[in-house]
Design a protein around this ligand. Sequence first.
Ligand code: AMP
Length: 188
Amino acid sequence: MRLCVFCGSQLGRDDVYASAARELGRGLAERGIELVYGGAAVGTMGQLADAALAAGGTVIGVIPEAIFSQEVPHQGLTRQIVVADMHQRKARMAELADGFIALPGGAGTLEETFEVWTWAQIGLHGKPVALLDVAGYYQPLRVFLDNMVTERFLRQRHRDMLFIENDLDALLARFAAYTPPSVKPIVR
Ligand code: AMP
């Protein structure tokens, strides 16, 4: 089992976010779940990876060469995969992982999460996607997602594919029970 975690290149205002990232890194490692993430040493990404490694976990980074100057690559990972750009990064992370978890993060975190969720909606993969909420960070987004359904820009069955949990065990239980909704295959 290998999960991809999207999270911030920043630490956030409160230590609750860094500590949740460390708890997740440790939690995955202790359960023998391999971690795939953005490969940086900074922000909550660095905290996540350091904690997973310290707990004996396997950590695979996927980092674009072009952002070395902004996001220092982690030097101690099990494996660091260097790709050319952001598109390759997302494709590679998606290929390697069996599911996706987003911790609190910024626009990059949301972009990556929404992209894998939309890929699932159109049947490009059948892997589960979840927001791991910390300190209510994702509650305004939950309200907005429900508003998208109310206003009929999002189908309820697609909304239901994006889990929001605040506990790792509850999230993993939903992943284990996940069956992707059937989608008409895209003819390319
Ligand atoms: P942020 O949540 O904005 O701190 O960014 C978290 C991570 O997402 C960072 O590693 C960013 O480099 C990455 N990121 C931002 N935009 C993209 C994108 N379009 N594709 C892939 N990764 C991205």
